[in-house]
Design a protein around this ligand. Sequence first.
Ligand SMILES: *[C@@H]1O[C@H](CO)[C@@H](O)[C@H](O)[C@H]1NC(C)=O
Ligand SMILES: *[C@@H]1O[C@H](CO)[C@@H](O)[C@H](O)[C@H]1NC(C)=O
Ligand SMILES: *[C@@H]1O[C@H](CO)[C@@H](O)[C@H](O)[C@H]1NC(C)=O
Length: 186
Amino acid sequence: MKNPTIVLLLIICGMLFSSAAAGPTGTWSNTVRRGRKQTTTLHFYVHDVRGGPNATLFAVASAPITANSPTRFGQINVFDDLATAQPDINSPEVARVQGTTTSADLRVRAIAMNVNFFITAGEFNGSAVSVIGRNAVTEDERELSVAGGTKAFRNARGYAITKSYSNDPATNYSVIEYTIYVTTRV
Ligand SMILES: *[C@@H]1O[C@H](CO)[C@@H](O)[C@H](O)[C@H]1NC(C)=O
Ligand SMILES: *[C@@H]1O[C@H](CO)[C@@H](O)[C@H](O)[C@H]1NC(C)=O
Ligand SMILES: *[C@@H]1O[C@H](CO)[C@@H](O)[C@H](O)[C@H]1NC(C)=O
């Protein structure tokens, strides 16, 4: 780096970016504006409780082959999962994650997702992001599409990265990490 002005600019940009990352609403949402585009990064942990008294996910339908299918083909679940900023299920709620999953791959475990992330805290309380896509659940990192949004996220585009954070087969409880990049025009 020969030019000291460029070095100084990079340092200032770095300082601006890190102060934006801290954000007024905590670490789970962060908005960066570039020209006429604004990208909000949402990061949270989704609690998939599939059994017990506090279950938030239920099986609603299956196909004649589901029971004998290694990929549970045809299984449809509906859920209203809690999302929190921290992995602990007792940490404050930031969103409800509501929708359906359909086991829709005959060869590997992959689900077709249709999910609304309804934000319930912070500056985006009341806005929603709709996410769809193919989720190959055995892969470490999966990518889904942001299909749109409402209110603060009207006409949104973007993508979501999801990873399994923890899984307890004994209680049928999993924690799933989501990072959603939501781009709107300003
Ligand atoms: C966990 O899920 C399996 C498979 O669906 C079921 O057989 C079992 O009873 C569930 N256990 C609990 C504690 O819900
Ligand atoms: C169910 O939720 C209640 C209220 O939050 C909590 O006290 C209880 O420990 C939960 N039960 C299980 C099995 O997670
Ligand atoms: C979110 O908005 C709803 C509806 O306006 C309100 O009842 C609720 O208190 C708000 N939640 C937070 C955490 O601000």
